[in-house]
Design a protein around this ligand. Structure first.
Ligand code: PLP
Length: 222
């Protein structure tokens, strides 16, 4: 199948399953060739997500002629925050204040505020990245005070499960967490970043506004 055919299928699934008013598709292009990114761009994709900084910087440089919105969706090491702050439009994986503070300080004042999501650890497993739900309000409130970050919403990668109900419940927990923040803090967050190739139908049913799709769009990674 071509990227165009895969995209048609994905757009149809979005239309049928979405519960949010608007859903943005992020093409997760890690370990995919520049050629494939260009093909996706020609099909109308404007949002691309990358996990690995060095690989991402090369692609951003090569494709700088194109009108692309770049999303950083990988784990953030504190010695990499400056490069991330200077090169991306969005960061989805903030899970501690130290990282958020550095990103805000290192975002140039000449640039618009960096759009960001807080990554939430829905399953409360200590091994996973993401802030625990009970610490989320404090972190969200602190990020709202940072001048060069614009808090947009929440992101999660739910624990793998074979039980569809359990998976749907995890996605719904993220949507409920966003609603609660909007009710308790002076903010109107609009982004729920959830849903990958294997689970995006259920993420849409639970209110996702941003899907992060890699293999469903590009095929297997190199
Ligand atoms: C790799 C990755 C994706 C895309 O995964 P697919 O299963 O290929 O769709 C989405 N989100 C994050 C955080 C990833 O690391």
């Amino acid at each position: 199948m071509t990227i165009e055919q895969r995209l048609n299928d994905i757009e149809q699934i979005i239309r049928i399953n979405k519960t949010a008013k608007k859903v943005t598709l992020i093409a997760v292009s890690k370990q995919q060739s520049l050629n494939k990114l260009t093909l996706a761009y020609r099909c109308g994709i404007r949002h691309f997500g990358e996990n690995y900084l060095q690989e991402a910087l090369e692609k951003i440089e090569q494709l700088k002629q194109l009108n692309i919105t770049w999303h950083f969706i990988g784990h953030i090491q504190s010695n990499k925050t400056k490069t991330i702050a200077e090169n991306f439009n969005w960061v989805h994986t903030i899970d501690r204040l130290k990282i958020a503070t550095r990103l805000s300080e290192q975002r140039g004042d000449d640039k618009p505020a960096l759009n960001c999501c807080i990554q939430v650890n829905l399953s409360q497993e200590d091994s996973k990245s993401g802030v625990h739900i009970d610490e989320l309000p404090t972190l969200a409130n602190a990020i709202l005070q940072l001048p060069n970050l614009k808090l947009r919403g929440l992101m999660a990668i739910p624990a793998k499960t074979d039980c569809p109900e359990e998976q749907l419940a995890q996605f719904k927990l993220l949507t409920q967490s966003l609603t609660r923040i909007n009710q308790t803090l002076p903010v109107d967050l609009d982004t729920i970043s959830m849903g990958m190739s294997g689970d995006y139908q259920r993420a849409l049913a639970a209110g996702s506004t941003m899907l992060r799709l890699g293999t469903a769009l590009f095929g297997p990674r190199a």
